[in-house]
Design a protein around this ligand. Structure first.
Ligand code: SF4
Length: 430
């Protein structure tokens, strides 16, 4: 596959040639594509396939694979995203081409670690099985006759060549950590939360990762580097203003070993930095689940990361028991964890803690969890400002500018998962 900054050279393929390229709607993806495509198309194809595979994962644990409901939902998504749906369409060259190219892009993105490879292969197998089962007998025979079952070694060997392409590597790295959804930047929510309510919110509306961080902070009056970044940006995303963040962290830290002077000199700068008020003035974005799950695993004494991914299962079980999750629910969660479906385990946790049968969204981001929880707890209404204190003029101003995070539907995290260069300085000391 070759890539160009220029607009993709239109493949001028006559009907026969197009038919030669993709004679079947189903493919074994034996040969990587060789045509030129634009970076925009590269990215769009990749995002759509990622959406598709995430749905495959979600359906695979929510429904019996191959059941009517499973097939109907998957078929609907294939049509919506314009991937080959069934073999009925004579000329679905564009859909087959998209299927072919997007598969290879995600192969590149997901061949970079064992965890990623296993996830990708599992979803592709399920997708392939569904599509294969949709073929008529005649087409099954035709397909089997056509395909070559000989095996070529894994895509990872192509990586050195791709990695030297400075345009592609950031995209590929990003894809494997990516999620599709809003970026939960602070402008959307500023001023909606009062500090007095954080304890209560951490119990009813925080995902487990943030609940764990909050508790550790309250217990120890301290969080180490990774926890401060992960939790600090989450709080920023749910709406803490810079002034509130400074007050929140300071009031907790000075209960421990850090005195007020040290906090002002050492930590305040870093907090302002994370709000884009210092250094490069980058307005840092809260971390998505994929980022938390796949990067910077916690070590001894750390509380960051995703408990479904990074906790010992026995410890996770104890934690869930202490949070009064019923035994059957704990078993279901641990099964999902065992199958490496960490976000689905978190969805199950949401379901159980909010007493709903169907959460109605696909979880990709801790701030999404919070926004959906608040929406649900407020009866589906616009999330109201939660406050137990008179509204300050600054908060009033912020509220006028803010919008409900749950109504943010359009922004992709393509540019949201910004470079964290400089944020390493965030709370520099352990
Ligand atoms: Fe947090 Fe996401 Fe893990 Fe849930 S799945 S605990 S929101 S990182």
């Amino acid at each position: 596959m070759e890539f160009s900054r220029e607009r993709r050279l239109k493949a001028r393929l006559a009907g026969d040639r197009r038919g030669d390229l993709y004679p079947h709607s189903l493919q074994f993806y034996l040969q990587p594509p060789t045509e030129n495509i634009s970076l925009a198309e590269f990215e769009n194809f990749a995002i759509d396939r990622l959406k598709l595979l995430k749905l495959v994962e979600n359906l695979g644990v929510s429904y019996v694979k191959g059941s009517e409901e499973y097939k109907s939902k998957l078929g609907h998504e294939l049509r919506k995203l314009k991937f080959p749906y069934r073999v009925l369409a004579e000329d679905d060259y564009d859909a087959r081409r998209k299927d072919h190219i997007s598969h290879f892009i995600l192969r590149l993105a997901y061949c970079q670690s064992e965890d990623l490879r296993r996830w990708f292969i599992q979803q592709e197998i399920d997708l392939f099985r569904y599509r294969f089962n949709e073929l008529t007998d005649v087409l099954v025979q035709k397909f089997l006759k056509y395909v070559n079952l000989s095996y070529e070694a894994l895509t990872a060997r192509s990586l050195p060549a791709v990695q030297s392409d400075e345009r592609l590597q950031p995209l590929l790295n990003h894809l494997s950590h990516s999620y599709i959804g809003p970026d939960y930047s602070i402008q959307k929510n500023t001023g909606k939360i009062s500090l007095e309510l954080i304890d209560a919110l951490s119990v009813k509306s925080f995902p487990l990762c943030m609940r764990q961080l909050h508790k550790a902070l309250r217990d120890n009056h301290h969080l180490r580097h990774g926890g401060r970044i992960q939790y600090g940006l989450f709080l920023k995303g749910i709406g803490l203003t810079l002034e509130q963040a400074l007050q929140f962290w300071k009031s907790e830290f000075i209960k421990g070993k850090v005195d007020a002077d040290k906090f002002d000199k050492g930590y305040a700068y870093s907090i302002r930095h994370s709000y884009g008020k210092e250094g490069k003035r980058t307005d840092y974005t809260p971390f998505s689940c994929m980022k938390i799950i796949l990067s910077n695993p916690p070590s001894q004494g750390d509380y960051h990361g995703c408990p479904f991914r990074h906790s010992d299962p026995e410890l996770l079980k104890q934690k869930l028991q202490s949070y009064k999750i019923p035994p059957t629910g704990i078993t279901q969660i641990l099964e999902l964890v065992k199958g490496m479906h960490y976000q689905l385990a978190c969805q199950k946790y949401f379901q159980l803690t909010h007493d709903v049968d169907d959460i109605g969204f696909s979880l990709n981001h801790p701030n999404q969890y919070f926004a959906e929880s608040q929406k649900l707890l407020s009866g589906g209404r616009e999330v109201k400002k939660e406050t137990s204190e008179p509204e300050s003029s600054q908060q009033k101003l912020s509220n006028q500018k803010s919008t409900n995070s749950s109504s943010i539907l359009t922004s992709s995290n393509t540019d949201a998962d910004i470079e964290l260069e400089g944020l390493d300085a965030y709370f520099t000391e352990d």
